[in-house]
Design a protein around this ligand. Structure first.
Ligand code: CU
Length: 120
């Protein structure tokens, strides 16, 4: 094998690897894009999150909408995963869950208001 042929083989191998890596990356992106299209709403009404517990698929965006005429917040129990500002009437807060797990949350203004999102 002369040097030129060797280069062609190396190039071909490199291209194949890139193609494979690109392929799997696209696959992951495609799955996420499909998941992101899903949206679930949680209504805040009469000091209650409804449904109080929601089970969603990974990649789902949960949108909380405040139907009360007093402000509420949506804060994950760890206070870091998600944290909304005070939501006035008809204000909404959205968070996309990209990892499976159980996410308890509460309203920081009325800590007795609690809810849970289970991501499968
Ligand atoms: Cu509240």
């Amino acid at each position: 094998m002369n040097l030129k042929q060797k280069c062609v083989y190396v190039l071909a191998g490199g291209t194949l690897l890139v193609a494979m890596a690109g392929g799997s990356a696209w696959g992951v992106r495609g799955r996420e894009a499909t998941g992101a299209a899903q949206e679930t709403q949680v209504k805040i009404d009469n000091f209650t999150f409804g449904p109080q517990e929601a089970t969603v698929a990974t990649g789902t965006t949960v949108k909380w909408v405040n139907h009360d005429d007093i402000p509420h917040t949506v804060v994950s129990d760890d206070k870091t995963t998600f944290k909304s500002k005070a939501l006035d009437t008809d204000d909404a807060f959205s968070y996309t869950f990209t990892k499976a797990g159980t996410y308890p949350y509460f309203c920081s203004i009325h800590p007795k208001m609690t809810g849970k999102i289970v991501v499968k």
